[in-house]
Design a protein around this ligand. Structure first.
Ligand code: ARG
Length: 287
């Protein structure tokens, strides 16, 4: 009976923003000139101006939530450099810079290495094996979830495990539309995620179910509009506005979904998360 007297704390009250530090890259040279994933069709017209306008909305939104957002200068001739998430993985102040799978994006790595070294990450190193940064490496409290199958090489996982001194959990992707882990799975909070089961092998699905039994599962519709390519700060979840099913589910769990229109960038196979690299400070730097 006394249980009934315990006040019910709404889930929303438990959600809290943890201020983040992000790195982004304006799509000043954005274009779809080659095709390295099924979303990219060079025959379709693109607008750099519209991409810039849509990107700016995302940038300003993250700033308005109180986050620090640094920008890296876009490299000429690198139309995919807007997808800053692919540039590196940064944990405990250590930056592991990407080694791209496709030669078309190869030139981006030097820009990221330079940026990190010029911005206090003196020990930044480039990965030895193909490793597409936060596109495939997503950090939770317990472990680093690492995608493979299309871009990052499983041998790169061991390299990340050693550098960051955290367990790396391998997840195998099977659907070419979801070629990076961040197109099929999003980390919402320390140990909460959402994902699209069909993007993974049965073995990886079992791993995810075991580790995250309460995860939000995205259906085909929400996954296909890149609803999982979301940026969460623990309260706000910025995701494509077309992912209405996920938005409803997130609201129910006490998050604040914030829909954005990044349709121009989707033509290259990217959205909110792809444009946002989180720079995780060393524990000593935390306020
Ligand atoms: N066109 C880019 C590529 O195929 C898109 C990258 C999207 N980035 C991401 N983090 N999923 O490499």
């Amino acid at each position: 009976m006394t249980d009934l007297l315990v006040p019910v704390v709404p889930v929303a009250a438990r959600r809290r923003v943890r201020l983040r530090h992000y790195l982004m890259c304006a799509p000043a040279h954005y274009d779809v000139r080659y095709s390295i994933n099924p979303w990219m069709d060079p025959a379709k017209p693109t607008s750099t101006a519209l991409a810039l306008a849509q990107w700016e909305v995302l940038h300003d939104l993250l700033v308005s939530f109180g986050h620090r957002v640094d920008v890296i200068a876009p490299g000429p001739g690198l139309p995919d450099m807007v997808f800053a998430a692919n540039g590196a993985t940064v944990i405990d102040g250590k930056a592991l810079v990407a080694r791209f799978r496709h030669p078309q994006r190869d030139g981006e790595s030097a820009h990221y290495l330079d940026w990190f070294r010029a911005n206090g990450f003196e020990s930044a190193v480039q990965a030895t094996w193909p490793n597409e940064g936060e596109g495939d490496y997503l950090t939770t409290r317990r472990a680093i979830l690492a995608g493979t199958g299309f871009r990052s090489d499983p041998r790169a996982h061991a390299e990340a495990e050693e550098l960051f001194d955290r367990p790396v959990i391998r997840l195998d992707l099977v659907d070419p539309r979801y070629y990076h882990l961040d197109t099929a799975l999003a980390v919402l909070d320390d140990d909460e995620i959402m994902y699209h089961p069909a993007a993974f092998t049965p073995e990886s699905r079992a791993v995810l179910l075991g580790l995250f039994p309460d995860a939000i599962l995205a259906d085909d519709r929400d996954a296909a509009v890149f609803g999982l390519n979301a940026v969460s700060d623990g309260l706000h979840v910025v995701l494509p506005e077309a992912a209405t099913g996920l938005a409803a589910e997130l609201r129910e769990r006490g998050f604040e979904p914030v829909g954005v229109d990044l349709s121009e960038l989707l033509k290259a196979g990217g959205s909110a998360k792809c444009c946002t690299l989180e720079l995780r400070p060393a524990p000593a730097d935390r306020p």
